[in-house]
Design a protein around this ligand. Sequence first.
Ligand SMILES: Cc1cc2nc3c(=O)[nH]c(=O)nc-3n(C[C@H](O)[C@H](O)[C@H](O)COP(=O)(O)OP(=O)(O)OC[C@H]3O[C@@H](n4cnc5c(N)ncnc54)[C@H](O)[C@@H]3O)c2cc1C
Ligand code: FES
Length: 281
Amino acid sequence: MSGERNPLLPYRATIREIIPETGDVKTFRITLDNSQAAAGWRHEPGQLAMLSVFGAGEAMFSISSAPTRRDSLEFSIKRMGKLTRALHEMEAGGRIGVRGPYGNHFPYEKFQGKDLLFVGGGIGMAPLRSLIDFVLAAENRPRYGRVEILYGARSYDDLCFKAQLLDGWHKKPDTVVYSTIDRAEARWTGHVGFVPAYLEKVAPRPEHKCAVLCGPPVMIRFVLAALKKLGFADDQIYSTLELRMKCGVGKCGRCNIGAKFVCLDGPVFSMAEIAELPPEF
Ligand SMILES: Cc1cc2nc3c(=O)[nH]c(=O)nc-3n(C[C@H](O)[C@H](O)[C@H](O)COP(=O)(O)OP(=O)(O)OC[C@H]3O[C@@H](n4cnc5c(N)ncnc54)[C@H](O)[C@@H]3O)c2cc1C
Ligand code: FES
């Protein structure tokens, strides 16, 4: 018998802090209860973990904190149905289950030496935030070029991670943040309009650049069209696929597209890789 841990067995974890992001999104900062497990936990930007609430079920979430943050893990979760409602009703000190990390990660090794463009919409900022904070961490920053972050939400109240978005990231070296909301509001002095149209207006140049996208499918579709118009090639564009998952370890067949398992081969794919997948999703 090997001493390896069963990858389907959750760790017990405690919610340390709950940060309201929007009316229906909260960020949960958690720590694993077992100090050995906490010290041994390693994740990469873009990876996933399965969270469980006793009596409510479990679901897969992107880890929204960067691996450079070692004292805790964060998950930014939108209230949708049974499990996420149960999570949203919990308070600091509550106990949950965590298994993972699962999946591949954003290829930050390949991104080295390049400029980076992040395009996010709504809760889609969760996986991007892990990579953005990783790239902007002082120990990693010199390995990357200019960072541009374009993020949009329906309204001011729907913008996630406001502290970093409006008053944090743009203070980092060679980093520009563009934020937008769909419709004008009296308290908003920034850009108004949809993300793809704003992207065309900002018109980032494609040379020596990789673009990383995450957001609702309709936003992704129009952002892809905008990036193509701007001259980005499929192998310069990365996104995540969010197929519903059950096991997270390539056993149940819930998340496969052709021969690819999104929980193992993904969730991160380049557009060149997505173009090779059968049109089953
Ligand atoms: C790879 C991956 C990463 C994810 N990362 C995050 C994250 O960082 N933050 C976050 O809030 N959520 C994330 N999700 C979604 C999350 O796993 C749950 O599916 C979602 O929160 C709903 O869970 P629930 O049990 O509360 O709702 P349920 O009771 O299962 O469903 C509520 C309603 O939402 C619909 N629904 C549920 N999940 C999806 C889905 N994936 N796509 C389309 N419709 C759906 C259902 O059909 C139903 O109508 C991710 C999913 C995947 C697969
Ligand atoms: S979730 Fe079971 S195979 Fe991917």
